[in-house]
Structures are given as structure tokens and as C-alpha cells.
Design a protein around this ligand. Structure first.
Ligand SMILES: [Zn+2]
Length: 270
């Protein structure tokens, strides 16, 4: 009996903390780790839809979501894209010693909290790369609720580094302007071969709602109008170029292909 419940527990644990990998041609192995499975509440979203229309995409007023982190292995190095809340480090699904470079889409707490321990020291000895406009926004004296972001810059000190949109951060990892959600929000195009993966950060938050209705925005979007434009543009680029697209909050593993539905929205195939 005890043995049975243990195996059920292990199965459920493995299921809840799904960890999946893909290999792109050009030798990029990408693993998606769900730092914290969660749900997005319908009340967070607004746009052109009526309440009833919105709820038709979100049964029970909720949409399943994740907090994904992506490990990209290429050329003998491991790049970690986003750091979640730190659950994956604490429960040893990620070994900080095995991460060579950290790359951040933007500096909200669910993307950078996992870089620092509760005692305020660094989990990782790797450098952390953040876009210049993102860093400048959070380091401004007047930016509200920016203690965590200012602490990150201090704790990582000379390992805290910035890049510009369009920069190649490593062979096959290019930074793409995806502003709107935050002032320096960045997507990363991964790959050197025919297959590419666009890690689009927080281009959306409730997959069930915002793939078909990309004009709906989450309250977390700093500039909602720009966030809508960016969301649609990233998906159009992914469809046109045949790229896979991935989101931090798209249910794990968070990647798939998008195709226009002919009505201004998209169909996502995980
Ligand atoms: Zn987020």
C-alpha cells in the first residue's frame, strides 16, 4: 500500500513538474521547466470582448498557465532563459553550477526572483543579460516597486550586463524587440538552422484567451496598446517564417506553432 501511494505520488510529481526537451537542427537542445504551474484569472484581462465572450474562452473564469524557464544547450554551453520564482533551483531541477549564461526577457518578479536566495545572495555565478531599456527603466529612481530589480543589479554587480535589441548574444541566440509588456521586454530567436524557436517571453499570459483574441491584454502589460501590437507582430513573424513560438506563461512546455485563424486571431498547436 505504502509502495503504491509512493509510486502514485512520484507519477503525479513527474506529471505536475513536466520537463520536456526538443532538439532543433543546428544542435540546439532546449528544455522547458515549469517553475510554478498556475492559473490566470479572467479578471486580469480586458480588451474589446464582453465579459461573456471572454469567459467563453476561460471556463470557470480561469486559464491554465505555467512559469516556464528554458535551458538552451549549444556549443558546449548552457544558457538559461528566465529564472522563475526559484522553485526549480530549490528542488534541484536546475543546478546553478551547470548554467553558463543567464538571459532575461524582462524583470518582473516571476522572471528574476529565482536568481537570488532569500538571504539576498546570488544563486548563480553566471552573468545575467538584460536589455538596456529594461535595465534603465527599473534602475530609474522614480520607477515604483523596483526594489527587487535594483537589488538584482547590486547582487550580480559586474556580472549584471545589458544588450541592445538586434544583438547576437551567442551563436544562434538573437535579441528581438518585444516591448509593450514592459519597456525593454525582449524575445529571443534561437537556432542557426532551418528550424528556429522564438522564445517570446510574456507576449501573452492566458493562452486559451489571447491566441484566439490577441487584442485582450493582461493588467500586467505596462503599455497595453504596444503589447497588443507586439503580440500580433511576433505571431505573424513566427507563422510567416515557420518558427516555433514559446511563451513563459503558455502551459508547459510552452512551445508550438501558430497559424492565423483569418479573424485577427491565431490557432496555437502545442
Ligand atoms: Zn510573467
Amino acid at each position: 500500500m505504502k509502495k503504491l501511494s509512493l509510486s502514485v505520488f512520484l507519477f503525479l510529481t513527474a506529471f505536475c513538474f513536466a520537463q520536456k526537451s526538443i532538439v532543433l537542427d543546428g544542435g540546439f537542445e532546449i528544455t522547458a521547466i515549469d517553475d510554478q504551474p498556475r492559473e490566470m484569472d479572467a479578471s486580469l484581462f480586458s480588451g474589446k470582448l464582453t465579459e461573456a465572450q471572454k469567459l467563453s474562452y476561460m471556463p470557470g473564469g480561469k486559464a491554465p498557465a505555467s512559469v516556464n524557464m528554458f535551458l538552451v544547450k549549444s556549443g558546449g554551453k548552457t544558457y538559461m532563459i528566465d529564472a522563475g520564482f526559484g522553485n526549480a533551483v530549490k528542488d534541484k531541477r536546475i543546478d546553478p553550477k551547470k548554467v553558463d549564461v543567464i538571459i532575461i526577457t524582462h524583470e518582473h518578479g516571476d522572471h528574476i526572483s529565482g536568481l537570488m536566495k532569500e538571504d539576498g545572495t546570488a544563486y548563480f555565478s553566471a552573468p545575467v543579460f538584460i536589455s538596456k531599456p529594461e535595465s534603465e527603466y527599473w534602475l530609474k529612481k522614480e520607477t515604483p516597486n523596483s526594489d527587487l530589480q535594483k537589488k538584482l543589479a547590486n547582487v550580480y554587480a559586474n556580472r549584471y550586463k545589458t544588450f541592445n535589441f538586434g544583438d547576437t548574444l551567442a551563436p544562434g541566440i538573437v535579441a528581438i524587440n518585444a516591448i509593450g509588456h514592459t519597456p525593454g521586454h525582449t524575445a529571443f530567436l534561437i537556432g542557426t538552422g532551418k528550424q528556429k524557436l522564438l522564445i517570446a517571453g510574456d507576449f501573452l499570459h492566458a493562452a486559451a484567451l489571447q491566441f484566439p483574441e490577441p487584442t485582450e491584454s493582461a493588467s500586467f502589460d505596462v503599455d497595453k496598446e504596444q503589447a497588443v501590437k507586439t503580440r500580433i507582430s511576433l505571431m505573424e513573424q513566427a507563422e510567416k517564417n515557420g518558427w516555433f513560438i514559446a511563451g513563459i506563461h503558455v502551459p508547459n512546455p510552452g512551445w508550438g506553432k501558430v497559424k492565423s485563424n483569418g479573424k485577427g486571431g491565431f490557432v496555437f498547436t502545442p
